[in-house]
Design a protein around this ligand. Structure first.
Ligand code: SAH
Ligand code: SF4
Ligand code: F3S
Length: 466
């Protein structure tokens, strides 16, 4: 039994990072058994779930979408906001009920929420029916823990994060577009954010192993890779090997995979060299997710975001001026403790200035252990909800405006899936990350197709093959 500890999770004393080459022998002892996996949270969790799927399938399990059919349930959880947590505990009610009927059902919890000591206390006190809890730093222990499951709750969560596992195997969801971790953890400690505690210290994978992974995906016929990190701009800084994110991007581009994306960029250390590399290589997509969080300098300071609104605008304008056709999206939090009417107006002003292609908007949610959770807050929830509503109206207006500019244009779309907008349609994304529903057959899936845009909505475009 190992339980998480926020003091250890917060510790950033320099220790050597261990690069561990995984070489695992997993026995398929669960033949004819089914797994049900549910993923909450960000792309990083989605990618971790691909690792979990590899372990489950190597153990002999086959997937099912029906909870009642499963022999093992795995919930990969998120801790970013309170509603992410509520969803998990809501769903656990159904799992508990199923276990009453199906005594041998194995229930496994993992993901960021499990790195929170308070949740682990809750689970060990009140949720004895959960068999295994494993943290974000030791997913590779899952095969062993599942193979040895004994009907007694087993919690294995560590808070020290001085390891990078290489040679991780994945059962990827897509044969067209792949996620690649380039950097784990985060050292920024934005005062509202739990991620530095749940994902540990910022550590980069070595460039040669990333390039090997990209080359192998290209060989397998992948059309797109997305490089993942909480703050990809800081890639390499911890290694001291003389390369940075711009170097990595350029080297990935030279491998020649048709489409390269990356998330997320912090506005703080987005270098000119990065902008130049993105502009120079046609296979690096002209799309940047650049979270601003607030339009008020006072709030940005309290958030520990390390930039001012003027600096953000400067960067925004440089990116727009240098990268042709670039689209820029953002994240915004409303109702940070004591955000005044003026602070909120500043946020509306920056949205009016940048006219973002899209924005994810959130109401501030206090996370236990973070600095902002201790700030006294006089703003009512009703007020915060009204602000969110007002912000969303503005954000959606600009999304629609930016989408309307595409009508009549012919754009490249990488078709990835059947569309849920009709059996005669498929869907995919433009280079600028606009979702397009295209009239056409499933034979187009996996190809980059020239599409003429016929209509625009706030969150998607319609088109026909040109
Ligand atoms: N590393 C990324 C963010 C990952 S979290 C970055 O720095 O851009 C995704 C988004 O969730 C954040 O950009 C922020 O807008 C939001 N978020 C994080 N913590 C939050 C909290 N406590 N309450 C509300 N929104 C939060
Ligand atoms: Fe959280 Fe800030 Fe790190 Fe992003 S940069 S993960 S918002 S602490
Ligand atoms: Fe992602 Fe949620 Fe963890 S947003 S990093 S899964 S807290």
């Amino acid at each position: 039994m190992n339980k998480p500890d926020l003091c250890i999770a917060k510790d950033r004393k320099k220790v050597d990072i261990d690069y561990i080459n995984l070489d695992m022998d997993i026995k398929p002892i669960f033949q004819n058994k089914k797994y049900f996996l549910r993923t909450y949270g960000c792309q990083m969790n989605v990618h971790d779930s691909e690792e979990i799927k590899y372990y489950l399938e190597s153990l002999g399990f086959t997937p099912t979408n029906i909870l009642d059919e499963s022999d093992i349930v795995v919930l990969n959880t998120c801790a970013i906001r309170e509603n992410a947590k509520d969803k998990v505990f809501g769903y656990l009610g159904r799992c508990k009920h199923l276990k009453k009927i199906k005594k041998d059902l194995i229930i496994v919890l993992t993901g960021c929420l499990m790195q929170q000591p308070s949740e682990i206390e809750e689970i060990s006190k009140n949720h004895g029916y959960i068999d295994i809890v494993v943290g974000t730093h030791n997913l590779n222990e899952l095969p062993k823990l599942i193979s040895n499951v004994k009907g007694k709750q087993n919690i294995e969560v560590y808070s020290n994060s001085d390891k990078v596992f290489e040679n991780i195997k994945y059962r990827r969801d897509s044969k067209i577009s792949a996620w690649i971790n380039i950097q784990l953890g985060c050292d920024k400690f934005c005062t509202y954010c739990i991620v530095p505690y749940t994902r540990g210290r910022e550590r980069s994978r070595r460039m040669d192993s990333i390039l090997e992974e990209v080359a192998s995906l290209k060989e397998q016929g992948y059309m797109e890779v997305t490089l993942l990190g909480q703050n990809v701009n800081a890639y390499g800084n911890d290694l001291g090997l003389g390369y940075d994110f711009a170097t990595l991007l350029e080297s990935v581009a030279k491998i020649g995979i048709p489409r390269i994306r990356f998330v997320t960029s912090h506005p703080w250390n987005f270098t000119d060299k990065m902008i130049e590399v993105i502009a120079k290589y046609p296979n690096i997509m002209p799309y940047v997710h650049l979270p601003i969080q607030s339009g008020s300098d006072a709030i940005l300071k309290k958030m520990n975001r390390r930039y001012t609104v003027a600096e953000y605008k400067n960067l925004f304008n440089k990116i727009k001026a240098t990268i042709p056709r670039v689209s820029i999206t953002t994240d915004i939090i409303v109702g940070f403790p004591n955000e005044s009417a003026k602070d909120f107006q500043d946020t509306l002003d920056i949205v009016n200035y940048c006219k973002f292609d899209g924005a994810f908007t959130f109401i501030f949610s206090p996370r236990m252990g973070t600095a902002a959770a201790l700030m006294v807050d006089k703003i009512t929830m009703k007020e915060k909800e009204e602000r969110l509503h007002q912000l969303n109206e503005l954000v959606n207006k600009y999304s629609l405006e930016s989408n309307k500019k595409y009508v009549g244009e012919v754009v490249d779309v990488l078709i990835t899936d059947l569309s849920d907008k009709g059996i005669d349609k498929v869907c995919g994304y433009t280079d600028t990350m606009k979702l397009v529903n295209v009239l056409g057959s499933k034979d187009l899936i996996g190809q980059i197709v020239k599409v003429k845009i016929t209509d625009a909505k706030s969150f998607s475009l319609d088109g026909v093959v040109a």
